[in-house]
Ligand binder design. Structure first.
Ligand code: MEV
Length: 323
């Protein structure tokens, strides 16, 4: 199936689930062409789509008015109906920097795959990014690529093997598969929801100042060094680079006192920590010292966050039995 095919109806009921994501290096810079390293996390959004008398999301019949992701997906995939009742269940906190909207979009796209046709993973990644971008107005295909691909991946970085290239409005991003170093990571949600679009726009303004190109070059150096250190299995170097990346994120204005407090609280048992995702709230990612994962979670919880020990989700978006 190619992106040019006219949409046809899916076979309903249908269901799919997709993982969220954790960005290790390079958020924000990736929007401007810099490298990013991220992995799909083993926290999922599952979507079930049934034929309905009216279109709804979790019984909310006004959802297409206030959920731009649902609106964008249905306008593109079911422009002529039928009305569908969508149920979404997620273990991902929303607006937390952990890819809940990308996971929702990817699961919905997979569930609404036309009967008798299959999109390739590359077509799915392209479509999911276009829908997220329609809904959000800004951003890169990192989050949606992670939800589609699963596992560890990079965008715009050297190393690994090619997954796909996503293009929009004259900009291109290359996603590549890299090997999972098989470490346990901890992510912790600060409890402060934030808007990705607002943070991305603010960083775009910051990078358009005279020192912007120099900052972007530093983001690029740190993220590519991080990709190389992960490939070499060098935890100490990855930890150090997490700290350097956090310093750059502070400089572009997307850290927050709550995130700094979490990074400080976990520091004695961490090899490194930084914010993950858009920042200004949201979550932190921590590489705990080996064997200190539980202590890291305890410290983050005591500091008021909701911690999760995460591993890379082995698979990306996939169909599941509708239940
Ligand atoms: C958000 O999860 C990551 C950002 O880099 C935006 C994007 O890449 O779409 C801040």
């Amino acid at each position: 199936m190619s992106g040019a095919d006219p949409p046809t109806a899916p076979l309903l009921p249908a269901s799919a689930r997709a993982p969220g994501k954790c960005i290790v290096f390079g958020e924000h810079a990736v929007v401007h062409g810099g490298p990013e390293l991220l992995f799909a996390i083993d926290l999922y959004t599952q979507v079930v789509v049934r034929a309905g008398a009216e279109t709804s999301l979790n019984a909310d019949r006004k959802a297409t008015e206030h959920n731009p992701y649902l609106r964008a997906a249905l306008a593109r995939l079911l422009p002529a109906g039928p009305p569908v009742a969508v149920r979404a269940v997620s273990s991902l906190p929303r607006a937390a920097g952990l890819g809940s909207s990308a996971a929702f979009v990817a699961a919905l796209v997979r569930a609404l795959e036309p009967a008798g046709g299959r999109r390739s993973p590359a077509e799915t990644a392209q479509l999911c990014f276009e829908l997220e971008r329609t809904a959000q107005g800004v951003g890169s295909p990192g989050d949606t690529s992670a939800s589609v691909a699963g596992g560890f991946l990079t965008v715009n970085a050297r190393g690994g093997s090619p997954l796909w290239t996503v293009e929009l409005a004259g900009q291109k991003w290359e996603a590549r598969r890299i090997e999972d170093p098989r470490w346990v990571w901890v992510v912790a949600y600060s409890g402060l929801p934030r808007s990705t679009a607002d943070a991305v726009r603010a960083v775009g303004d910051r990078l358009s100042r005279p020192d912007g190109p120099g900052l972007l070059a530093e983001f690029t150096r740190v993220a590519q060094s991080g990709v190389d250190a992960v490939a070499a299995g060098d935890r100490a170097e990855v930890g150090r680079l997490l700290g350097e990346n956090q310093q750059l994120l502070r400089e572009v204005g997307v850290s927050h006192p709550r995130l700094e407090a979490l990074i400080e609280a976990v520091a004695p048992v961490a090899q490194g920590a930084k914010l993950t995702g858009a920042g200004c709230g949201g979550s932190v990612v921590v590489l705990p010292q080996p064997g200190r994962e539980t202590e890291a979670m305890r410290r983050l919880a005591r500091a008021g966050a909701v911690p999760f020990a995460v591993r890379p989700a082995p698979a990306g978006v996939e169909p599941v039995e509708p239940r």
